[in-house]
Design a binder for this molecule. Structure first.
Ligand SMILES: NC(=O)c1ccc[n+]([C@@H]2O[C@H](COP(=O)([O-])OP(=O)(O)OC[C@H]3O[C@@H](n4cnc5c(N)ncnc54)[C@H](OP(=O)(O)O)[C@@H]3O)[C@@H](O)[C@H]2O)c1
Length: 341
């Protein structure tokens, strides 16, 4: 195949389709751009690395939008992802799945149309999730178990502070039935299975940095082993072999405006050595949206933090950012030793 041609197979007809510069949308640097329902996402033959190095953007072709379901859409990052997708109706048809009616009402109050929302607790069943995935091209997973502060432990913290004792921290727990094992492993596995059943082609999973360290303090939180269960779901996604995936491991999430900082990518938690390890949720959400369509994001697992505002230049070219990192996070040892489920 000569450079400049992109070949894909139409699943419905079995025909091969050659995309020439004349029948694809072109962007900056004359990138080849294509996406179509019923076509697979193979922009070029070759190894994943070789594919990534070629700047090919997988995007909805003119008049054809990518249908994306976002779970955890009532959450702080999930909500921004959903809003970003809804703000681009020419490119995306967006749907959000929230845990309960209260979250749905809140989103509606912020302008999300009711007909875009599906209400269903992932622990209680996947009926609504499955409805939301009917005809979807992509799934963004932004659900997570949410630790709750044990109110009484705050008294101990207050008392220790009064006595100027160091190391005073509140205790956390998870609601019954909403532990990381249920949400971050069983719940995410259920989402991946439902996406597979629905014929989804791309999954972006928002997870967390810290997963290489079994003894990470976040695992101690409420005895939830949250990073271990998240990691297990990541492996499940990778091994599913059913779709393209991108796994994003953000550093510490902060609120505030996105698009003001330079993103830094890494692998295997090496960025945890940085003195500043945070990233605004809005920047994670933008990266998530970009990863839905960028070929450079295909089958990647990456860590991400940001520089401080004013250091470096705010990231705008996500294809270049993703292409600048050639490595991917490695998997294997930690969870296998710890979790037998
Ligand atoms: N906090 C950090 O510093 C940090 C750092 C790195 C990575 N992360 C990870 O980044 C991701 C996004 O974080 P975030 O703080 O934006 O998340 P978040 O606000 O805690 O949102 C989590 C979402 O998951 C939903 N959820 C939980 N259990 C559910 C269930 N059983 N069924 C359906 N939905 C359920 C929650 O629903 P409700 O709205 O109903 O509660 C919520 O919308 C998470 O995976 C988080 O662990 C966080």
């Amino acid at each position: 195949m000569s450079a400049g041609l992109v070949c894909s197979c139409n699943k419905a007809s079995g025909r091969s389709i050659v995309y020439r510069p004349s029948n694809v949308l072109t962007g900056a640097k004359a990138r080849l751009i294509f996406h179509s329902k019923g076509h697979n996402f193979q922009p070029l033959k070759g190894t994943g690395r070789a594919r990534r190095e070629v700047t090919v953007r997988v995007m909805a072709a003119a008049g054809e939008r990518m249908t994306v379901t976002v779970t955890g859409a009532g959450g702080r990052t999930g909500k921004i992802v959903l809003q970003k997708l809804l703000a681009q109706p020419d490119k995306f048809e967006a749907r959000g799945v929230v845990r309960n009616a209260k979250s749905a009402e809140k989103l509606q109050g912020e302008g999300v149309p009711a007909d875009k929302l599906y209400v269903g607790d992932i622990v209680k069943g996947t009926e609504q999730l499955k409805k939301s995935l009917a005809g979807a091209d992509a799934l963004v997973i932004a659900t997570s178990a949410v630790p709750q502060i044990k109110p009484l432990s705050l008294l101990t913290v207050f008392w220790k502070k009064l006595l100027r004792q160091e190391g005073a921290r509140p205790d956390f727990s998870f609601k019954e039935g909403q532990f990381p094992e249920q949400i971050d492993w069983i719940g995410q596995k259920a989402q991946i299975d439902a996406a597979k059943e629905a014929g989804v082609k791309k999954v972006v999973l928002i997870s967390s940095m810290g997963g290489t360290d079994e003894n990470h303090p976040l695992n101690k939180l409420g005895n939830g082993n949250i990073l271990i269960w998240k990691r297990k779901a990541e492996e499940y996604l990778i091994n599913s072999g059913a779709f393209d995936y991108t796994i994003i491991h953000p550093g510490g999430l902060i609120d505030g405006e996105g698009g003001k900082r330079e993103l830094i990518l890494g692998v295997d938690d090496k960025l945890l050595k940085n003195s500043s390890r945070s990233i605004p949720r809005a920047d994670v959400a933008e990266l998530t949206v970009q990863c839905l369509t960028l070929a450079e994001a295909r089958n990647r697992s990456i860590d991400v933090i940001t520089k401080l505002p004013g250091d470096g230049s705010p990231t705008t070219d996500y294809a270049a950012l993703l292409a600048s990192l050639t490595a991917d996070c490695k998997y294997g040892s930690v969870i296998k030793a710890t979790v037998n489920a």
